[in-house]
Ligand binder design. Structure first.
Ligand SMILES: Cc1cc2nc3c(=O)[nH]c(=O)nc-3n(C[C@H](O)[C@H](O)[C@H](O)COP(=O)(O)OP(=O)(O)OC[C@H]3O[C@@H](n4cnc5c(N)ncnc54)[C@H](O)[C@@H]3O)c2cc1C
Length: 403
């Protein structure tokens, strides 16, 4: 089958790998002149690392394993600990935080030359009885049997299929970066989420001695730009307990990136005829549950599996059937994830009910939740692998500070 994929982000590249392994003829069309490797770091949970292992994408030597998530108040008090290593052990699959560029490199590694075409901005798509056609900004066109829009949260393909852009600002924005910061979190297996009246500070080791840091703040995305965001952050968060001011002191001017959060209700139907969407194009959500990339990987895994069943069948009938199967599996899971991420709960003090829950119960809940949002973890035929050998997570610093 000839498959046209729009967008060479995490979802598009993962889908290309999966489809090539099944001997489909795949071309990925990317608007940018090269792979987009910006975007600080992200965390792949067992659902994401499982899909990557299945696609033969090795994460050896990159990133940092994550065993523990700790929520603190701005004054340094520990509010909650989630032992996420329970989920990693239950599924036999680690959680890894890594620079986005490393994931993109590993996904693109070993793709045959010519699989990804650059400077190809999709501007229009059309379907006819025998296939799909894509028009590009440079005046060229491409035709194929199936079109997949993996073109992110401003998706042209989604707007064609859904009629409009459904995304709305959540009211929060992020300033983030990936920096060398000499605090113990940077070399640990522990992520911190620190909440206070001014917003939320997240700190996560990302391997290579790098710390992923981010500040989520309430703000309209169309508010006047902040001319010196680093100075504004240092000023706003100066009175927070260590390691927040220490982190901001170590960050360099050019390391700060900005992005606004968007969300929408994830619909049941994603595609039509021979075209569908995948990743952020199907389910844009704030990054608060750290699941966007993981959900995109799950999409790619499920879509490739559904298309496998179309082999040797009439594409006019088999493709819409495969796309319907893909949506049935993925839309409820992505919708559940988006409903959790949308209200940005992790940016705030947890509701009392959560705070009263013992940490082991929350860790068990988290393990179950990961399976609920992942077709890979729910459907994979083999039982969980044996418990991996890990060095124990370092104990949290006494008094809940990193200083
Ligand atoms: C700060 C931040 C932190 C995050 N942290 C996490 C995390 O910890 N864990 C996690 O799972 N997720 C995280 N996410 C979310 C994750 O990055 C996204 O969900 C994921 O990148 C979506 O992948 P995608 O392939 O759908 O889209 P993208 O990665 O956005 O890729 C879309 C691609 O399509 C291209 N494109 C767009 N329009 C066109 C066009 N018209 N024609 C051709 N090409 C086009 C773009 O150039 C881009 O290369 C985070 C996101 C942010 C912003």
């Amino acid at each position: 089958m000839k498959v046209l994929v729009i967008g060479a982000g995490i979802g598009g590249l993962a889908l290309a790998r999966a489809l090539l392994a099944d001997d489909h003829d795949v071309t990925v069309f990317e608007r940018a002149p090269a792979l987009r490797v910006s975007g600080a770091a992200l965390t792949l949970w067992s659902n994401g690392t499982g899909v990557l292992a299945d696609l033969g994408v090795s994460l050896a030597g990159v990133g940092a394993p994550i065993d523990l998530l700790e929520q603190r108040g701005w004054d340094g008090r520990v509010l909650m600990r989630i032992d996420v290593s329970r989920a990693a052990d239950a599924y036999g699959l680690p959680h890894i935080a890594l620079p986005r560029r490393r994931l993109i490199e590993r996904l693109a590694d070993e793709l045959p030359t010519g699989t990804v075409l650059f400077d190809k901005a999709c501007v229009r798509v059309a379907q006819h009885a025998d296939g799909v056609r894509v028009d590009f900004a440079d005046g060229t066109t491409a035709t194929g049997d199936l079109l997949v829009g993996a073109d992110g949260h401003r998706s042209v393909v989604r707007d064609h299929l859904w009629g409009a852009d459904p995304t709305r600002p959540s009211g929060w924005v992020t300033w983030q970066g990936l920096s060398r910061v000499d605090i113990d979190v940077a070399s640990s297996r522990r992520g911190l989420m620190i909440v206070g009246p001014e917003g939320m500070c997240g700190l996560m080791p990302a391997g290579e001695g790098l710390l992923q840091w981010w500040f989520d703040v309430r703000r309209r995305p169309d508010a006047a730009p902040v001319t010196d965001p680093l100075a504004a952050l240092r000023d706003t968060f100066a009175h927070w307990a260590s390691p927040v001011p220490d982190t901001l002191a170590a960050v360099a001017e050019g390391e700060v990136e900005f992005f606004a959060h968007y969300r929408h209700k994830v619909p049941r139907t994603w595609g039509r005829g021979r075209a569908t969407v995948l990743g952020d194009a199907a389910h844009t959500m704030p990054p608060t549950m750290a699941q966007g990339a993981n959900q995109a990987l799950d999409d790619a895994w499920v879509l490739a599996r559904a298309l496998r069943r179309t082999a040797d069948r009439d594409p006019a009938l088999a493709i819409p059937r495969a796309l319907a199967e893909y949506e049935r599996s993925r839309s409820p899971r992505a919708a559940l994830t988006a409903r959790r991420a949308g209200p940005e709960t992790t940016n705030k003090y947890l509701p009392t009910l959560f705070r009263l829950m013992p940490d082991p119960l929350i860790s068990r809940y988290y393990t179950r939740w990961l399976r609920q949002v992942s077709a890979y973890l729910s459907d994979r035929p083999t039982p969980p692998r044996s418990r991996p050998t890990r060095t124990p997570a370092p104990a949290p610093a006494p008094g809940g500070t990193n200083a």
